[in-house]
Design a protein around this ligand. Structure first.
Ligand code: F6R
Length: 354
């Protein structure tokens, strides 16, 4: 099991009493442990060879599906789609496979899609720490991987995503093996050394995040390969940093949003742009991103560029996740907010339940 976060957080962080930082610093271990746990758990796909894969979940439980989709897009013959909402796409049927991922097991939208998948006979498995989803799976004999409880869902990205990667790897639908998890964990550790709480005070990640305390985080990334990382950054800036955040993807940005930069406005002056890219991105997309960056800089805006660590795409994606997580905690610290509670999400769920 993962070391308790209290054992990891080296320094007392006054605005972080539940030690979200400890959880982020422990994330590389979580990746390795999630691989082991998935290996000891049930065979989630039970020999299924689907023509299409769905990952059903919301928020912190859906983002891991985006990571799997991003990798599958580059190497799998089978499309992976992430379903966020109440409805199961019409294409899902008996020759598909659906992973239901809900950390709590009680997410209304995910349970609604579960019902629909049962009606349509969609082969399925679930990944959860318990709740209604675990009960329903036990009731109808669906394979269910129980992951450790007690964490905010967004801090369980390894637990919720590595088992999906592993199941698809075992089914021969993705080239994914233990080595990929080791590489991802190492890349996460590299990011922690470079950008973690003990990094140099002029660390650009911390600088960007702290600048976001009074500005709007704008996250630009290539759609192919890194859209999932951009969405993770935005979600973490929302939930940990209690801030709005904006994502736009390339090359699509060049066909609409770019025009929004034309006319000076107070909104543009509030944008704090981060660009996520590296030399594995399509050269024309890279060039498009650089042209946009220089235009923003010429208009006296600021762009901070971030490149992932690690060799393969899986490692690079998880390394970007660690960077986004750290940035969101630096933002929370700069704003003096506790990153862990998400009162609006809890309050909304309670209101809907009444
Ligand atoms: C993340 C978070 C939310 C939940 C989402 C779905 O920490 O609190 O984004 O992940 O509301 O809930 P679960 O993950 O329990 O299915």
């Amino acid at each position: 099991m993962s070391r308790r976060p209290e054992a990891v957080g080296a320094k007392a962080r006054p605005n972080d009493p539940s030690d979200m930082m400890g959880r982020v610093l422990d994330f590389p271990n979580q990746l390795r442990e999630a691989w082991e746990l998935a290996g000891r758990g049930p065979d989630l796909m039970k020999g299924a060879r689907p023509g299409r894969v769905f990952v059903v979940g919301m928020g912190g439980s859906a983002i891991g599906g985006d990571f799997v989709r991003a990798f599958a897009e580059t190497c799998s013959p089978v499309p992976v789609e992430v379903v966020r909402g109440y409805e199961l796409p019409a294409a899902a049927g008996s020759s598909s496979f659906a992973f239901f991922v809900s950390y709590s097991g009680n997410t209304e939208e995910t349970l609604a899609v579960w019902e629909e998948a049962c009606r349509r006979g969609v082969p399925r498995a679930c990944i959860t720490s318990g709740g209604e989803l675990a009960e329903r799976a036990a009731h109808d004999g669906t394979a269910c991987l129980r992951i450790p409880p007690g964490s905010p869902p967004r801090a369980a990205l390894g637990w919720t995503s590595i088992p999906v990667f592993r199941a698809l790897g075992t089914a021969g639908l993705l080239p994914f093996a233990a080595e990929d998890v080791k590489d991802a964990a190492r890349a996460g550790e590299e990011v922690i050394v470079k950008h973690g709480p003990d990094a140099a005070p002029d660390d650009p990640l911390r600088g960007w995040a702290e600048a976001c305390a009074a500005r709007l985080p704008v996250i630009y990334a290539p759609a192919y390969r890194y859209s999932a990382a951009a969405v993770r950054w935005s979600g973490q800036m929302n939930e940990n940093g209690k801030s709005l955040a904006h994502v736009a993807l390339f090359p699509e940005q060049n066909h609409n949003e770019i025009v929004g930069w034309e006319t000076p406005s107070p909104v543009l002056e509030l944008a704090e742009v981060a660009m996520l890219a590296d030399d594995t991105v399509h050269p024309r997309v890279r060039k498009r991103m650089e042209i946009v960056a220089s235009r923003i800089e010429r208009a006296r805006g600021r762009v901070t560029r971030f490149a992932p660590a690690g060799a393969g795409l899986v490692a690079r994606l998880y390394s970007l996740a660690v960077m986004g997580d750290l940035a969101s905690l630096y933002l929370a610290a700069a704003r003096g907010v506790d990153p862990t509670p998400v009162a609006s999400i809890d309050g909304l769920k309670a209101e809907l339940g009444r």
